[in-house]
Design a protein. Structure first.
Lengths: 430, 430
């Protein structure tokens, strides 16, 4: 039985999960590959912290070159995250003819094209299933299973922290800050949760999904990003009354050869399968010409789900090594029919508006007139019970409207003397 | 650019979808493979029927040997369904060194092991994504993405006809017969729908899932099969009142090395993601040691979704041909730790019971006593409004109980003079 040697860089939460699975079921993995996986080295800056898996001291190292320069290590597993020095490590591994498995979404979102081209030039494999959706095999689905399809829409709940917070607000009637505190207590939010709740982690994942699903490399700066930090419990309640749930969605669409990519809190009908994805779970909905609507659901983070994806990738690469079929599947196929990115201001959706209006006659008419002047029509209006002296919340659902028109109309509406707070606007997906 | 020649056997609904996709996007597919797919021959007994895709008359044939004996056809796509003569065609293709892509669930369920071994001996590839779940890439997920996992549970809604009927009963308050008639009118049920509504189609798919997910070949005759033909609208309503939905599930579990495989109508909590899978959609829930709970959802049937899976398989095989990596992924890996199949009578679940009881004192006590004597405890009881003179429906939810004990208790209960109709018993999954 041939052996394939592996080096793991990064012995944190995911690294522990990968090492535990590699050491814990050697025969199980061996039978699936027809080769033995041998863990040759595990590298981390800090080896003093106690880990939940026992590793032979001889394979632990703080020197990354013990892995990168080792002639007999074939697969390098990069699990340190972040752009630097992960990028340098991966490029060095490529130069030395090593295949790489990584979970690094930030790196692939920021330098994906460069990394993918370097792998191709070096004629090595690069697999990255754990970079999006934890244990959900969405990367393989896009690269292989669905690859005869023209995809038109991807909607993803790809950040567990945000989804946990929105679920807790919705189900336990917590405020945003209470829900965030609970998420931190349970270990679902980091001490500095900005990357998650402000939507940038979702944007990283969306950049990867967009490259694979649409064959188009999108600059992170071209993705419109709006987080959940301004979502209030009252908007969640009003949405519920109307039959909707609020989710943080990563959205990419190809509309007539024009690509849209954005991350935003979104109202979803309670009938939409994504609206039932709760807590730290993730899900990605993909719509395409042949398969129609498909959905992939699972645990979006955590040691074991990430290990499932990393191990799946290691097995894939090992099968390629054993069969001498490196680069069997192109990372992505560029689609030259996509002409351009649609500017966010040009995107169209339905909208939920919550206006804080002084309770006096003629107000609604004024608001409706301004919307009408911008070509925006109202689908429904609910005036809520009076909350504070004279100020009432008015909830409106708009028909499809262009973002730019809505912004311009809201600028005018917010300047009305009858409007007492900045109007809340949340987009709606079908 | 190298060419790979393809022959399609069976020019029905799925065949049309496959041929249309093959002819409709040649460059798109070519870029994904690095080779040109050439449709060399399409075989069907009936070439007179009008198809929705135009095919060069020169490649149409009624003689299957034009495909099986053609030396330059590398991939045979079998889409005629049923065991014979599909089996003979596939085995002949293997003997002549051809790779096979099939959507044939009945054949793989009945003779899977034989077919898989013949493919291995002939050193050819056999792919069959479209055999379970239409456009849902569950086969690849089990064979590749999740293959580092020990799977413990699979729950599948894998028959669109049954799911359509149950959804229509539940949402439009139709009787079973009304819903079946509607399904036929819409083309979601065949003229003879027995295979679908009696659960045997689901059992075929379960046999395939079980082989891949648990590495265990299960005889169809060892799968307990119960269909939806006896599900009444009142049970759907009572279940709804208790927060449940009724679904036809294909269930496979590995409990301590003992395998269970059954198809049955099942109460699922409204919170369960599978309970939101409606209409003709399919979904498969998989739980495993690393990934945890994952779910795969999509269109379970139809020309285009099946074509998505068949094309995905063709691309996979073509990539193997191009990279000389045939048999790169074993069809399944036998798991010798599974000692035996658990007999259906030994399986445990929670139960929903609906009893038709004469409305007189002492009845409930008598029923509770019989259940207690069989070690079965009651979780809740609801006595429904009186329906007919003196006969009232009583709905009970039981705690976990062994099937055999429940059957024995019900035999006694049904013989009570106070019980006026056979008691309905439906299992509950969490």
């Amino acid at each position: 039985m041939p052996s394939i040697n592996i080096g793991v860089i990064g012995f944190g939460t995911v690294g522990e999960g990968v090492v535990r699975a590699l050491l814990g079921k050697p025969q199980f993995l061996e039978k699936r590959i027809g080769a033995r996986l041998v863990l040759k080295a595990v590298c981390d800056r800090d080896l003093s912290r106690k880990r939940e898996v026992k590793v032979d001291r001889g394979i632990l190292t703080t020197d990354v070159n013990k892995i990168l320069h080792s002639p007999d290590i074939r697969i390098v597993v990069e699990l340190i995250g972040g752009v630097h020095p992960a990028k340098e490590f991966i490029l060095e591994a490529f130069r030395r003819g090593k295949h790489v498995v990584t979970a690094n979404k930030a790196l692939l979102a920021e330098c994906g094209k460069e990394i993918f081209e370097a792998a191709k030039r070096a004629n090595v494999d690069l697999y990255f299933e754990a970079s999006v959706g934890g244990g959900i095999p969405i990367i393989k689905a896009l690269r292989e299973s669905l690859c005869a399809n023209h995809i038109d829409t991807m909607l993803g709940i790809v950040n567990g922290t945000s989804n946990y917070i929105l679920s807790a607000m919705s189900e336990e009637s917590l405020s945003f800050n209470q829900a965030l505190a609970e998420a931190k207590k349970k270990g679902y939010a980091e001490r500095n949760p900005a990357l998650d709740i402000e939507g940038f982690d979702s944007a990283h994942k969306l950049a990867i999904l967009t490259l694979l699903g649409f064959g188009k490399s999108v600059d992170l700066s071209d993705i419109y990003v709006e987080g959940i930090e301004d979502i209030s419990l009252s908007d969640i309640r009003y949405a519920q009354d109307l039959g909707y749930v609020i989710k943080l969605l990563a959205i990419a669409k190809n509309i007539d050869g024009c690509l849209e990519a954005r991350v935003q809190p979104t109202l979803l009908s309670r009938e939409h399968l994504l609206s039932n994805v709760k807590g730290v779970y993730n899900a990605i909905y993909v719509h395409s010409d042949l398969a129609g609507g498909t959905l992939f659901y699972g645990r979006g983070a955590g040691s074991k789900p990430a290990a499932s994806s990393v191990l799946g990738d290691i097995i894939d690469v090992a099968r390629n090594i054993k069969n001498d079929s490196i680069n069997r599947v192109p990372v992505y196929v560029e689609d030259r029919t996509i002409r351009k990115l649609r500017a966010f201001s040009e995107t169209e959706s339905r909208y939920y508006l919550r206006l804080s209006v002084i309770d006096k006659p003629g107000c609604l008419a004024m608001i409706a007139r301004i919307l009408g002047r911008h070509g925006i029509s109202i689908a429904s209006v609910v005036q809520k019970e009076r909350k504070q002296a004279k100020i009432v919340p008015v909830v409106m659902m708009l028909h499809d409207a262009k973002e730019r028109n809505v912004r311009q109309a809201l600028d005018q509406i917010n300047r009305l003397s009858a409007i007492k707070k900045k109007t809340v606007a949340i987009r709606v997906e079908r």
